[in-house]
Design a protein around this ligand. Structure first.
Ligand code: AHG
Ligand code: MN
Ligand code: MN
Length: 333
């Protein structure tokens, strides 16, 4: 494995990336430190008193796990002291988190899913942290507000994720390709292990919670059936894989190709919506997917172009190999 650390990699790319200023490097450094702390706790989860639920329900109506709360507080505590941010938003917080004027403020905005896949923690299956970084419109002064964060994915300056798996990995983009790093726990550094990652043009794995099949509309059913039929590009059914942690399912899709889908589910009332959150899940992974040569759509629209109306807005998501996502778009048009 190379000896290039993630901070060195960022500095090497500094001339290329207008985002990579000293302040931005500090932001990423603090984000990496937060992830190392979370990774340490995830690794020892069975030994510490961190398994199980807190008894609380979050803004999304989901049960909060103790590690969700721990990861969230590590990120908020560390990142508000980075000097780079004016505002944050977390999946676990109902409202935006404006950086207190007790701390130094910068122009960057950080959005995160502190622990993705938290229903998998107690069974020792991969979880992750997803992040998305925006910059406040230049020249804006005073306290930032919700309108500063409701930006389309196309305006992200960086995005990526940490995957707490057999190894802990970091995958990120600043708009100049996608690069993956693996944490060497003996030295405590993320080392470049996957430079210039690209998604295969086509894959042979589809990934979706098929228990929801009866909740999909007919076009979605046809799209997913297509991958299981002999009528696709392989003339052979795809394999199914579904971890239930978006970061893990996405990471596999990035490496092997194929498609991950979380379609709109229709309830008995006839109302339908996606589950995944635009700002802290879909948009950052869409940025990574596109930078790796893949695609991400909500069925008809590019995820990166959707302008959020609400902080915790949910979207359907189809993401992965270009050819496979195009197939879905054909069915849902
Ligand atoms: P989170 O743990 O951050 O709430 O996210 C859970 C998400 C995502 O990780 C995964 O892809 C999806 O929920 C799984 O949902 P189902 O259990 O409905 O398949
Ligand atoms: Mn999540
Ligand atoms: Mn989460």
């Amino acid at each position: 494995m190379s000896q290039v650390t993630v901070t060195e990699h960022l500095l090497l790319h500094q001339q290329k990336s207008p985002a990579a200023t000293g302040v931005f490097t500090q932001l990423l450094y603090d984000l990496i430190l937060s992830a190392k702390l979370i990774s340490r706790s995830v690794n020892k989860a069975g030994l510490l008193d961190v398994l199980g639920e807190t008894g609380e329900t979050n803004v999304q109506g989901e049960k909060v796990q103790k590690l969700d709360e721990y990861a969230n507080s590590v990120l908020i505590h560390r990142m508000e002291r980075s000097g780079a941010l004016c505002m944050m938003a977390s999946e676990e917080n109902a409202d935006v988190i404006v950086v207190s004027d007790r701390f130094e403020r910068g122009d960057y905005i950080l959005i995160f899913d502190p622990l993705d896949g938290s229903s998998n923690i107690d069974v020792n299956v991969n979880v992750g942290t997803i992040f998305s970084i925006h910059k406040r419109e230049s020249g804006k002064k005073g306290d930032p507000g919700l309108e500063d964060i409701l930006q389309p994915g196309d305006r992200q300056v960086a995005a990526g994720y940490f995957l707490y798996g057999p190894s802990t990995m970091m995958v990120y983009t600043t708009g100049f390709g996608v690069h993956g790093f693996t944490l060497d726990p003996s030295v405590g550094e993320f080392l470049l292990s996957h430079p210039n990652m690209t998604i295969p043009e086509r894959g042979k794995i589809y990934s979706v919670n098929e228990g929801n099949y009866p909740l999909w509309d007919d076009k979605t059913k046809s799209a997913i059936n297509h991958f299981k039929s002999f009528d696709n590009w392989r003339s052979s059914p795809y394999s199914a894989r579904y971890v239930g942690s978006l970061v893990a399912d996405f990471h596999r899709t990035l490496l092997y190709g194929g498609i991950f889908a979380y379609p709109r589910n229709y309830k008995k009332t006839g109302q339908g919506e996606g589950k995944l959150r635009l700002l802290c899940e879909a948009a950052p992974l869409a940025f990574v997917a596109e930078q790796a040569g893949g695609k991400a759509i909500d069925g008809t629209r590019r995820i990166m172009e959707i302008v959020p109306e609400q902080l915790h807005e949910r979207v359907p998501l189809f993401i992965g190999s270009r050819g496979d996502v195009d197939d879905v778009a054909g069915f849902l048009a």
